[in-house]
Design a protein around this ligand. Sequence first.
Ligand code: NAD
Length: 274
Amino acid sequence: MNLSSGVKLNNGIEIPYIGLGVFKAEEGDETYNAVKWAIEAGYRHIDTAAIYKNEVSVGKAIKDSGIAREEIFVTTKLWNEDMRQDNQLKAIDVSLEKIGLDYVDLYLVHWPVKGKYVESWKKMEEIYKSGKAKAVGISNFNIHHIEDILAASDLVPAVNQCECSPELTQVELADYCKQKGIIFQPWSPLGQGNTVKHPKILAIAEKYGKTAAQVILRWGLQRGFVNIPKSSKKERIVENSKIFDFELNDEDFKELFTLNTDKRYGPDPETFAF
Ligand code: NAD
């Protein structure tokens, strides 16, 4: 297994287990360089969103890399305001134009916007059928949100991208997704840089001669998840990719679950107001 290894989504498309997240990376040099360094390090998966406002730099770095389009898995997301304004079908075109691609590999409903997420999922079906996204999925959906869309549509989301780390293990939601054939994709796997300071994780990391970030990402991998850690620093981008050369033993793997306090560093899907 290596950086281009992946798992098959429920429609047969493969998603690499590790992707570079670019949330809060500025359009321009910061995003461009992060994506460039990631691709040089062997990453073949980039996670952006319309609201990150850096799709142009993501696309430019991919193009300049010289790597064939079909070898890089690109995710972007439908923003909440585009759902509220019934702009779903135009929003994907705007993203494609900015990234400079004919299709994205994965298009996600970014948040379950009240009163809009079921109808937005119906629009995702159209987008999927148009070929503008090779797979479609959801983000920040809890079980009841997923049940609502499954009651209204035969299309099962390929992915559910949600906050998840050793401080927010999401066991029930991840098990539910697995049972439905939805790949679970943790966001903020490193707790936005906080969870990497946890003393118990640092102690485990020392035993393996690895860093706390690598231990957390390896734990996610051993759970069968697709991780999208973010960094704009070259050394950390490389560090976060080196998780395929060790394995957490059963005891350490289980120990990480005991750190759960349901701590969120980002908004809660039940109460977000944007
Ligand atoms: P993260 O948990 O990946 O943490 C990133 C931060 O951790 C960095 O800014 C840096 O400060 C620190 N860091 C990174 N690598 C490190 C290392 N090796 N050692 C020590 N510190 C390190 O947080 P995130 O960016 O919020 O989440 C990852 C990605 O998930 C995002 O970039 C984005 O693509 C996606 N995301 C999606 C949603 C959503 O609603 N779907 C929300 C937030 C993030």
